[in-house]
Design a protein around this ligand. Structure first.
Ligand code: MG
Length: 197
């Protein structure tokens, strides 16, 4: 039987790093939100796997390349090393419905709020003998689509007020997170780690 693990699925822009109003294309544009690295370190110490789930439609739009996105993720792990931590996996979705692209349209299933990236992570863990325990796993993000993706995937969604912080929009659309936090640090230290998971 597969060993059960608990996972923190994290949106990237506006949750881990500052939302700069457009797609992050360079390392210089990628700036951690205060406390994010420390929070990830604490979560990993508590036994969580860390998985980044990010829509990067700037790829289909021609604003950022897949190589740049992957370099930013390498850089994120370099930054996390300074806090003696790291993320385990990352998934990005290159598509956008308004920007058809011959190479990327086949990935339409992965764009949040679709659960394709989370499902892929579940499958990848299972392939290495690990089963994600959804009842002990969270999805943390700053947008309605993050909360919706978490709910659809059967995870416990948390909204952060950094980035877009779509608290009001969530209310209007009745897409209700389990918890709303000021930022990632508060989400993890004030809720996740005290939820007895
Ligand atoms: Mg975001």
């Amino acid at each position: 039987m597969a060993e059960k693990i608990k996972v923190l699925f994290l949106d990237r822009d506006g949750t881990i790093n500052r939302d700069i109003g457009t797609y992050v294309t360079t390392r210089e544009q990628f700036q951690l939100i205060e406390g994010a690295a420390e929070a990830i370190a604490l979560a990993k110490q508590a036994g969580f796997e860390i998985v980044i789930i990010t829509n990067q439609a700037g790829i289909a739009k021609g604003i950022v390349t897949a190589e740049q996105v992957e370099d930013i993720h390498l850089y994120l792990n370099e930054l996390l090393t300074a806090s003696n931590t790291f993320f385990d996996r990352s998934y990005y979705c290159p598509t956008h419905p308004d920007y058809p692209h011959p190479e990327y349209d086949r990935f339409a299933w992965c764009r949040k709020p679709e659960t394709g990236m989370v499902d892929r992570a579940f499958a990848d863990y299972l392939a290495s003998g690990l089963e994600v325990d959804k009842t002990r796993s969270f999805f943390i993000g700053d947008k309605t689509v993050d909360v919706e993706c978490g709910l659809r995937a059967g995870l416990r969604p948390i909204l952060v007020r950094t980035g877009h912080g779509e608290e009001e929009l969530c209310r209007q659309r009745r897409i209700i997170p389990e918890y709303v936090a000021d930022n990632l640090y508060q989400a993890i230290t004030g809720y996740v780690l005290s939820s007895n998971v």
